[in-house]
Write a protein that binds this ligand. Structure first.
Ligand SMILES: C[S@@+](CC[C@H](N)C(=O)[O-])C[C@H]1O[C@@H](n2cnc3c(N)ncnc32)[C@H](O)[C@@H]1O
Length: 288
């Protein structure tokens, strides 16, 4: 039995030959082996209307809540805080809050939410739920020294090309602050195919998105723009997401003596899972 070839997330394995010498081959779908494609996300485009961009991040936040992301991400943040000894926690690229406010409640820690382009309405909502919001823009690659503590990025690292991604990591290293990066998107055939269902998901989830915006409802059910803009960004997010090997290769380029970098894919349920990169400063505790 041998691997004959692989590509676009599929692997062909020769199992042997049948009775009449007919080759028997097995096609399997492999995780994270598709080529990485850094296509454009609508949300990142300078002229993209805020009404659509804000709806996208508010939808993501609602989805995090509905899928109970805090249940499986809470232990990750708790581990990063415990092992690094950090006493504060700053969430970068928070969008509408993502899973951070729910995680904070779950593990009983406080979090400061921040973003390069703060979505004020949604962050005000998160503040009502107990999170602290940093009102001024914060660039994940140049975090002000006043924001110390563990840095987290949920569903955001794939937005960055390699040079910016390195700058985000190097900024954390230069500040001596641990950083945990989590991606729920994944560059695999099942995840990419699942993007076909995003328009339906947007249609189902939009009534639960807070704050309620008439414009978002109209742009979902009357003039269905949001299901398609969110689906495009979702598809591109999957195609851009780095796998653990690529994250390790990125970290190898950092100037970070004594730092520990751990990258892994963690299964949640069935084929679902997330990718984690944990960067811990010298003196951090080893994994338990
Ligand atoms: C896909 S959203 C993720 C939102 C949230 N973390 C979640 O899980 O729902 C990505 C966010 O990253 C923000 N962002 C993009 N570039 C950034 C940068 N250089 N620094 C800080 N935030 C940035 C965007 O404004 C956007 O809100």
């Amino acid at each position: 039995m041998g691997v004959l070839g692989s590509g676009l997330g599929c692997r062909v394995t020769a199992l042997g030959r049948g009775r009449k010498g007919i080759p028997i081959r097995l096609w399997t779908v492999s995780q994270g082996s598709m080529p990485r494609m850094h296509l454009f996300e609508l949300q990142d485009q300078p002229g993209f209307p805020a009404v659509l961009g804000d709806a996208g991040t508010a939808y993501l936040r609602t989805l995090s809540d509905k899928m109970g992301a805090a249940d499986f991400l809470g232990p990750v943040v708790a581990e990063a805080l415990d092992r690094s000894g950090a006493t504060a926690w700053v969430d970068l690229c928070s969008g509408a809050g993502g899973p951070a406010p729910q995680i904070a409640q779950k593990i009983g820690r406080s979090v400061i939410l921040s973003d390069l382009k703060p979505n004020r309405d949604a962050l005000a909502q998160a503040a009502r739920e107990g999170a602290t919001v940093h009102a001024d823009p914060v660039d994940a690659a140049a975090v002000p020294p006043s924001l110390g503590g563990l840095r987290t990025l949920f569903n955001a690292f794939h937005h960055f090309g390699d040079e910016t991604a390195l700058a985000v990591l190097q900024d954390a290293v230069a500040a001596g602050q641990p950083i945990a990066i989590v991606e729920l998107s994944e560059r695999s055939v099942p995840s990419v195919l699942s993007a076909a269902f995003i328009p339906l998901l947007v249609w189902l989830v939009m009534p639960f998105v807070r704050p309620v915006r008439l414009s978002w409802l109209l742009l979902t059910y009357v003039l269905p723009v949001l299901p398609w803009t969110i689906a495009w960004d979702g598809l591109v997010s999957h195609l851009r997401t780095r796998n653990p090997d690529e994250l390790r290769a990125l970290c190898a380029r950092l100037d970070a003596p004594g730092w520990t970098f751990e990258a892994r894919r963690q299964a949640v349920k069935g084929p679902a899972g997330f990718t984690l990169l944990l960067a811990l400063p010298p003196g951090s505790a080893p994994a338990r």
